[in-house]
Design a protein around this ligand. Sequence first.
Ligand code: AHR
Length: 491
Amino acid sequence: MKKYKIKIKTDNIIGKVDELLFGSFVEHIGRAVYGGLYDEKSSKTNKEGFRTDVIEAVKELGVSIVRYPGGNFVSDYNFKDGIGKKDLRPARLDKAWMQLEPNIIGTDEFMQWCKEVNAKPMMAVNMGTGTIKEASELLEYCNHPSGTYYSDERIKNGAKEPYDVIYWCVGNEMDGSWQIAAMDAKDYGKKARETAKLMKLTDNKIKTIVCGSSSPLSSTFPSWDEEVLKLTYDLMDYISLHVYYTYGKDRNLKDFLAAPKDLDNYIETVIKLCDSIKVEKNSNKTMMLALDEWNVWHYNETNNTQIDKWSVGPIRVENTYDYIDALVVAGLLTSIVNHSDRVKIACLAQLINVIAPIMIKNDKLIKQSTYYAFYQFSKYAKNTLALKCEDDISSFDSRYGMTKEIFYSVCYDEIKEEYIVFLINIGESAILDFEFDTEVELIESVFLTGNINDFNDENNTPIGLANYENSDVIEELKFVTKRYKKSNKIK
Ligand code: AHR
């Protein structure tokens, strides 16, 4: 069996693992909102029509921030359709996903739901068919205390206190040919700059997120990002990155498992780009990264937007995630945590039913395999310090270049004085030797249960978390979390 060493030094800090790295995304698409977080037909709802089992699961998952209302949906969405008396709200055609939008859930309902799940809201404004003015009106509706048309509308609609939404996405994937009213980089850059200007004049506390490319595979990546950043650098606080992984045409398992290596490359390219523009602009500001859509997404028939066309809450873009998918999600989380000096927001896309860790089937809530991967990181890495380590782990040649057989992150929790080691072994079983610069005691070792093709459903839940007995060996295709307490002994 191979033997590897990981050397851990407490003062070798990458960055603070911001709680906003454990965000997610709720779009008006498929059964994410209607039949997901909200369901008037279910017996499991509270008086607002929100599913209480979903609220409990989202709280347990520790989701810190939720991006809303899209996604592609936002590029033809008028927030004014979704506020005020429900019986007066118009139904609209959602042309992004070919379904009917009844506008029963809108800005105020989303804000109430965020409160219920203890998450911050992250709003996206319509940069497709929407105007610069409408973007600032939505911000005024959300954040202005009172005494103006839109703030008084909010108060009339029941919210006396402003929502104080800090994080604002200036559009969604505006480079994508599928995006309603897509633009080239120059047109988007100018519109985004003027929108951010007007929004920051409305409320200077906000943080703005500019659209980068919709994927590292886009033919205009990274030139789109470069041009947009040049036009908007001073007015933006984050650049948005989106990425989804699936198998290649050859369905090579090792290549799919190597996805975190690609995320490393993507993040590092965007960082280099941001920093070169910082130099060019002689700016004091360092641009941060918002990976505000990331996940595993296997395309299947539920991607077909012609199914149940123009109905409310049809099945769209749903995936059943197996054990391998959870390993990839956990691996991607190591990449996020290991870049926590620059990635300051990350949103698992999405949260409920649509490529989601939480699924509702036959009125029953299912925690998918990916739920447990996210749960472990969110529970133990949030607000810690990510540490840079040395190791001698061997590499293999994947479609993303030389890739380590084990992905890992090591975090230090200063308050609890605990080290947390997340390990995803995509190679053969191996013996691991951890060398800490201080005395430690292993307090817990937990692994993701199940076999590679397993998945959870209404009747069978092979995937979950259990104590891991074999402490030195990490078996092949396993995700293990180890926690060590700093001991008082002097090394
Ligand atoms: O998350 C599903 C879709 O993926 C989003 O609407 C879009 O932004 C991305 O292409």
